[in-house]
Design a protein around this ligand. Sequence first.
Ligand code: GDP
Length: 295
Amino acid sequence: MFDSLSEGLQSAFKSLSGKGKLSEGNMRDGLEIVKTSMLEADVSYSVVQDFMDHVTEKALGKRVLLSLRPHEELVRIVHDELISILGPVDSSLHLKQEGPTIIMLCGLQGSGKTTTCGKLSQLLKEENVKPMLVAADLQRPAAIEQLHVIGRQLDVPVYSEADNKNPVKVCQNGIAKAKAEGARVVILDTAGRLAIDEELMGELQRIDKKVAPDQVYLVVDGMTGQDAVNSAGAFNDALELNGVIMTKLDGDARGGALLSVKHVTGVPVKFIGTGEHFDALEPFRPEGMASRILQ
Ligand code: GDP
């Protein structure tokens, strides 16, 4: 019934129910188990605390202690609350009916932006929607060539300019080309840095202002835990984000950072990256993530 609660957690809750009627004391023990599990999954402390406050408030209501199966009721509250804060589900790219839809990807260097350009292109091609990629990362020397390699692999056009140092102009010229060639989606691969700095944010803000993308997605590396949360806060302050894509969730990380990133940005998690290949992009499902966080 509660697929999203792991077996370990389920049995911990069941052992509470073996003690007969659930008391406020052993209910708190159950919630402590949830709290530890979330902290171990790398959810930030303040987010866990917020979550626990909500759940405790609901669980301490008469409904739980008076219900016939209090431990199940407790599991239900934890489950529902987690799904609710991980949601809403929205993996639509919100394509426009007319003209190309402009999607801007931003994030720290190495977060997986360029790879995600390829993954999104593959997804669009499968839906018979024609994408074009624009190489707007003029900071990392190999980034333009990396995007061209991806374009060749997927047979997707890539717009780049060898000598133009102005990413705003490159994006504008790329969009004009996409319009002329009838591409329905333009994906802008912007520059990242190893850490947040004002210059990077200024550059992204200029692109955002002058190009006015329809969708701005933050790409975050799910392996980086707390760093992902801090950078998400900075990107969210600088740009009006429409969604988050969390990569590298094929690794060992339990992905608790996703809950914190969601909390900080307040925008939907669109997709998760689960590998280096172009087909390793999945629409985000809160149930699967809840299960992973509450291992
Ligand atoms: P960028 O600097 O943000 O453009 O990052 P890249 O797209 O170059 O990705 C950095 C590294 O992460 C590359 O080696 C990618 O193959 C790898 N990568 C990207 N997404 C994923 C993912 O979902 N899973 C795994 N395992 N690796 C990924």
